[in-house]
Design a protein around this ligand. Structure first.
Ligand SMILES: O=P(O)(O)OC[C@H]1O[C@H](O)[C@H](O)[C@@H](O)[C@@H]1O
Length: 295
């Protein structure tokens, strides 16, 4: 079942008779799990597990439209994480329209969407030919999101990537993160490294770090515990790092609604070691979020 929602930003312009890429599309699985996405940015906007509340955070003040990234949900960061390169910050795919290849329910009753972005290599500021697919599936307690890349050009294609996941919390003051304790965390502003303390980590910002060498799958699980919402367990494959970001009081970008920085923490599966694909080469990274009820 596909239902349109009100657009998050009334200022986003429809694109010449084509469906507005900023229009949120809401898919409901047979068991009640909900996946919301928009074509702009190949962006997962929301997810609630079967019988549960929304687990992703979306700013009420987000923009959406050519050149503007949505604030919240799961922005696709590619082919450059943050300012780690000489291209545009966080890459070139979060602020342009993707195509919707499929949206609906599959034969298990899961809510599924496949989005695609194709570049023929003539687009600035990133003149490389590539195809990206973003697959999102919501069913039961889980959301899975898979990013697939194929190099379509004749030259090697080098990139970094992330699924910049905004996890909703009832209050950053009460939420805690486990799974990264005792690991070395590199500050994303280049100011150096620290070793994270043992025990559950507070998520009140400012915090902006990257932890490298995270194991794939359940071995590298990171768990966000919230006393109201319950736990969200994040596992990933293909992404060697986890970025943890919260801007903290007074530090939020202007498209975060007032007080919004107290309502989320970003836990981002990221591939920060550059990946190089030969012509025709492919790469896949995926994450699974599992919602557990409050203890
Ligand atoms: O404002 P944006 O470009 O969306 O970036 C938002 C945040 O993304 C990541 O988490 C980075 O580690 C942060 O340094 C950055 O502030």
């Amino acid at each position: 079942m596909t239902e349109p929602l009100a657009r998050p930003d009334a200022s986003s312009a429809p694109h010449d008779g084509a469906p507005d890429p900023c229009r949120p599309v809401r898919l409901v699985a047979d068991d009640g799990a909900v996946l919301t996405f928009c074509a702009h940015g190949g962006h997962v906007l929301g997810w609630s597990p079967a019988g549960g509340e929304e687990r992703l955070w979306l700013s009420r003040d987000t923009g959406c439209g050519p050149g503007t990234a949505v604030r919240g949900g799961i922005p696709v960061i590619w082919p450059q994480f943050a300012a780690r390169g000489d291209g545009p910050r966080h890459g070139v795919v979060r602020d342009r329209a993707w195509e919707v290849l499929q949206a609906g329910t599959d034969d298990r009753g899961a809510a599924t969407a496949r989005l695609r972005l194709v570049s023929d290599g003539t687009t600035t500021p990133y003149p490389h030919a590539f195809t990206l697919h973003l697959d999102a599936v919501a069913v039961g307690a889980e959301l899975s999101v898979r990013l697939w890349v194929r190099s379509e050009g004749t030259a090697p294609l080098t990139f970094t990537a992330a699924l910049h996941t905004y996890l909703r919390v009832s209050s950053t003051a009460d939420a805690r993160l486990t799974g990264l304790e005792g690991r070395t965390a590199e500050a994303n502003d280049g100011s150096g490294s620290t070793v994270l303390p043992q025990g559950p980590l507070p998520v009140v910002g400012p915090v902006d770090v990257a932890v490298a060498g995270v194991e794939p799958g359940t071995q590298g699980a990171v768990v966000l515990r919230d006393p109201v919402l319950g736990a969200t367990v994040l596992t990933a494959d293909g992404f060697g790092s986890r970025v943890v970001w919260n801007p903290g009081p007074g530090g939020a970008p202007g498209d975060v609604h007032p007080g919004g920085e107290g309502e989320f923490v970003c836990v981002e599966p990221a591939q920060l070691e550059p990946v190089t694909l030969s012509p025709g080469g492919e790469w896949t990274g995926c994450q699974v979020l599992r919602a557990d009820a409050p203890a």
